[in-house]
Design a protein around this ligand. Structure first.
Ligand SMILES: [Mn+2]
Length: 320
């Protein structure tokens, strides 16, 4: 267990999930720590990787450290997460105790929203207007509560533009700069930064292209739209299937990821249906995880990931 009452004027290393919510969570931590005279001296994005379960206990963190929007680690001085699959073992789960600097809140739509709630209660922390705006978008993106598949595919509003930029790590994301700006600048100003605007322009073109090629790389399998994005270099939104096939119940999408392959699976959020399957739990059987409505799993090789995809599709069609 980390230090329950961190000393004042500390220098921390920040570890955050390398996505929109992780970066927003980092910004909340930076703003909070700044207010008490503490510092973040390194910014370390972190992604899910193959064999995480095995390697996570011995993961080499610089210390003292903050870990947000990612799997629980007992050595973290601050840790906040909202993923159902956050505890890699029953022992870590039963040993975990909430305190001022450690909190698990699976009901929160975003981790950054959870952090504001907890720090507000424990330390009286109040976020500035720009962070409140950020959390609104993170709630929407991380819980996939877009108003429509069209909004989720076209991503026109500033918060969604930033999320689009951060969803693709084939170019430098400048996470540290973005986190530092998010504590004092509006998102509409940040998305106009040249290094972001340049990529967004390309991504808008990709979206147009993705609409055109989607049918060639996808297959409808009963209740599911299955997409194999390894067949194209074009970025494919996980919502494209719902946009083009509004009646579909689930999506299963295969993509390349750091040193391997990743499956993202989810329920159609715009379709009313009984809540029979928790996707994150279902993927737990494969070493993956996530939320009730959406989750992911990793494998090293393409045959392995396609085999998992096939099993998931069969399960969802049978029980979903
Ligand atoms: Mn999150």
């Amino acid at each position: 267990m980390g230090n329950a009452h961190p000393a004042r004027f500390m220098d921390y290393h920040l570890y955050f999930h390398n996505d929109f919510d992780g970066i927003a969570s980092g910004a909340v931590m930076l703003d909070f720590l700044k207010g008490r005279g503490d510092k973040i001296i390194s910014f370390n994005p972190i992604n899910y990787f193959a064999e995480l379960q095995k390697k996570w206990p011995k993961f080499k963190f610089k210390k003292p450290f903050i870990l947000v929007d990612f799997r629980y680690h007992p050595k973290a001085d601050f840790w906040f997460d909202h993923h159902l699959s956050t505890f890699i073992s029953e022992k870590w789960k039963s040993d975990f105790a909430t305190d001022k600097a450690h909190y698990f809140g699976p009901k929160f739509k975003s981790c950054c929203g959870l952090i504001i709630f907890h720090l507000g209660k424990q330390f009286g922390y109040r976020p500035p207007h720009c962070i409140k705006e950020l959390v609104g978008w993170a709630d929407m993106v991380d819980s996939a509560s877009y108003k429509s598949a069209k909004q989720a595919v076209e991503l026109k509003e500033p918060g969604l533009r930033l999320a689009l930029f951060l969803a693709d790590d084939s170019y430098p994301l400048h996470q540290e700069e973005i986190i530092k700006r998010l504590i004092s600048e509006s998102i509409s100003k940040i998305v106009k930064l040249p290094f972001i605007a340049k990529e967004l322009k390309k991504l808008d073109y990709e979206t147009k292209r993705a609409k055109k090629i989607f049918k060639d790389i996808s297959a409808l399998k009963d209740k599911i739209v299955f997409v194999d994005t390894t067949k194209t270099k074009t970025f494919i939104s996980r919502y494209m299937g719902y946009f083009l096939y509004p009646k579909i119940k689930y999506f299963v999408i295969v993509m390349r990821s750091d040193g391997g392959y990743h499956i993202s699976a989810g329920k159609n959020p715009w379709k009313k249906m009984p809540n029979k399957i928790a996707i994150g739990e279902m993927l737990g059987k494969y070493g993956g995880g996530g939320h009730k409505g959406v989750g992911g799993v990793e494998r090293r090789t393409k045959p392995e990931i396609l085999k998992v995809a096939e099993e998931i599709i069969e399960y969802l069609n049978k029980h979903g």
